[in-house]
Design a binder for this molecule. Sequence first.
Ligand SMILES: [Zn+2]
Ligand SMILES: [Zn+2]
Length: 162
Amino acid sequence: MTPNADTPLEGGCACRHVRYRLASAPMFVNCCHCRWCQRESGSAFALNAMIEAERVQLLAGGPETVLTPSESGKGQKIVRCPQCRVALWSHYAGAGDAVCFVRVGTLDEPDRCPPGVHIFTSSKQPWVVLSPGAPAVPEYYKASELWPPESLARRAALTKPR
Ligand SMILES: [Zn+2]
Ligand SMILES: [Zn+2]
C-alpha cells in the first residue's frame, strides 16, 4: 500500500522547533519488530516511511544527527530535534544519506502511512496481533516482491550514477 499524497504530509518534533514536509508520498512503509527497533524506540516496533532525502523539506529548525549503533554494525544516523531530542528520521548504511526513514509517528497525520509490510516478525511481541493478510516476513524481504512499480523506479533512480 502506498500512502496517497493529495495534500502534503507534514510533521515535526514534540517541541515544534523542527517542522518538515514530504514533497510526495513515501516509497514504502516498513513496520519493524526487530530487537534493535524495540530497544531504540523503547516500544514494540518502529514505523519507517522510506522517502528520497531530497523530498524531505525542512520548514523550520535545524535538526542534529546522532550516530547510533545498528544491527549491521555500520551504524545509523538518527536525525533529532536539538531541543527536545525527538527522532524525526534515520539514514541507514544501505541507502545512505539519499534515503530518509521518516518516523511515521512524527507526522501530523500518521494514519496516512500504514505499513506495507511487517518485518522481523520473528521477534514481534506476541500481543501485537497483525490483521489477517497483512504482508509479514520473519526477517527482511526483497523490495521487488512487495513495492509498487513506481516506488521501485524511484529507488532505481537513486542508485544510478548522476
Ligand atoms: Zn523539538
Ligand atoms: Zn528494526
